[in-house]
Design a protein around this ligand. Structure first.
Ligand code: GDP
Ligand code: IMO
Ligand code: MG
Length: 423
């Protein structure tokens, strides 16, 4: 019996969905606590292939209850279509999906502002997913947000929307956009709200009871540590808290109740959007990682930037999250690389420096120092036992474990559910 958290330990897309799917069978509750539909978690199971954006990925365990915690921001159109799609595939959600009324709602002006801010920043843009994430969280922390709870009383919603449009239409006008119409938004959003209303329930007492009665709770982190708003490569980050410590704020689970924190890391590194990436490869090896790893975004379809495994980053991720276990994914993608590199640390002007010493500009300047290992040039794809791995793959994993300083508990060797080694 345990409360488990799954956290991405790079720049997102580590394969969290796949690891969550493996945990979900043993889970009574599956919970999202951060982010919005900027997340895209791939699940491949008996029902098919799914890119989950808002509903917790563990929902495919029909016995589990799924909770969208208060820290999640909701695009109601995306949520309604995700719920509809799941129900069409035979995933019953009535009575087992609970959405916190505290969730903030992404309004049309948030999506518009996301695009306009990016355009205004020009070359310095963040490369956001364009889903309105930065602007909705900005409204949340500046007391301008609209929460699901506000929709229950049409009058309350209408007044809040009117105030926001008064402000937002001025900004939109200044940025050369047409003003938004209150009536149109009200009509559309109230109708979307009606569809999700049966699922809106305060989740706190449900989780409190679950933890009190020693149920298995699986908390699904979105994004990755280096996209965290505070500890990531600011300003090339996302707007929410990504770390395990954010679980309390985003779902109401007390820190002392957490038993196990699993850091998920790809066997190499990828990043979508702008920002520093010390081990990025700009050569044929980088292209090979992109193509063999099929590194194209789950949410936006953008090509992911690729590079070698960066142990300096994962060490920091392990420390700040308190990882108790590591899951390495996509080992199979390295199956035909004759030489494989691991960045062990960084230097700047010849001196050893650490990630924690700086910001995005600092990270642009550091030089990664590599340890080169021989590849295995054999198939690991689909391996289910550690002893089935080639000797050089074992050596690579051992070296990762030494560098990170946390035990590797899971090794994913393919995109399918059963292609995994549990140590
Ligand atoms: P997430 O956002 O962390 O859940 O990751 P994404 O779903 O955005 O991207 C990970 C991609 O890698 C998906 O297409 C997965 O199906 C795929 N994947 C996950 N684990 C493995 C693995 O071990 N091997 C291979 N080949 N693909 C994997
Ligand atoms: P999952 O959960 C990869 C990145 C965007 C951009 C930056 C800010 O699937 O791992 P935002 O739209 O959040 O304001 O964009 O953050 N980003 C992700 N990259 N995977 C994700 O989620 C991401 N969520 C945000 O590409 O660089
Ligand atoms: Mg993803």
């Amino acid at each position: 019996m345990a409360v488990n958290i799954i956290i991405g330990s790079q720049w997102g897309d580590e394969g969290k969905g796949k690891i969550i799917d493996n945990f979900s069978d043993k889970s009574d509750f599956v919970v999202r606590f951060n982010g919005g539909n900027n997340a895209g978690h791939t699940i491949i199971n008996n029902y098919g292939k799914f890119a989950m954006h808002l509903v917790p990925s563990g929902v495919f365990n029909k016995k589990a209850k799924a909770i969208i915690g208060n820290g999640v921001v909701l695009d109601l159109e995306v949520l309604v279509s995700e719920i509809d799609n799941l129900q069409k595939q035979g995933i019953r959600l009535k009575g087992r999906l609970f959405i916190s009324p505290r969730c903030h709602v992404i309004m049309p002006y948030h999506k518009l502002l996301d695009r306009l801010y990016e355009e205004a920043k020009g070359k310095g843009k963040t490369g956001t997913t364009g889903k309105g994430i930065g602007p909705v969280y900005a409204d949340k922390v500046s007391y301008n947000g609209i929460r699901l709870a506000d929709f229950f009383d049409k009058q309350v919603f209408s007044v809040k929307l009117e105030t926001q449009l008064l402000i937002k239409n001025k900004i939109l006008k200044a940025l050369g956009e047409k003003p938004l119409n209150q009536k149109e938004i009200e009509k559309k959003y109230l109708s979307l709200f009606k569809k999700i209303k049966p699922f809106i329930v305060e989740a706190y007492p449900i989780l409190k009871k679950a933890i009190g009665s020693k149920k298995n709770v699986l908390i699904e982190g979105a994004h990755g540590v280096f996209l965290d708003n505070d500890w990531g490569t600011y300003p090339f980050v996302t707007a929410s808290t990504v770390l395990s410590g954010g679980v309390t704020g985003g779902s109401g689970i007390p820190p002392k109740k957490i038993d196990n924190i699993v850091g998920v890391a790809k066997a190499y590194t990828t990043r979508v959007g702008a920002g520093p990436f010390p081990t990025e490869l700009f050569d044929k090896t980088g292209d090979k990682l992109t193509e063999q790893g099929n590194e194209y975004g789950t949410t936006t379809g953008r090509k992911r930037r690729c590079g070698w495994f960066d142990a300096e980053l994962i060490r920091f991720a392990a420390e700040i999250n308190g990882f108790t276990q590591i899951a390495i994914t996509k080992l199979d993608i390295l199956d035909n690389f004759p030489l494989i590199k691991i960045c062990t640390h960084y230097t700047l002007n010849g001196k050893k420096v650490s990630y924690e010493a700086g910001d995005a500009e600092f990270l642009r300047k550091v030089k990664p120092v590599y340890k080169t290992l021989p590849g295995w040039m054999k198939q690991t794809k689909g391996a289910k036992k550690y002893n089935d791995l080639p000797a050089n793959a074992k050596k690579y994993l051992k070296e990762l474990e030494i560098q990170i300083g946390v035990k590797i508990k899971y090794i994913s060797t393919g995109e399918n559910r059963n292609e995994i080694i549990n140590l």
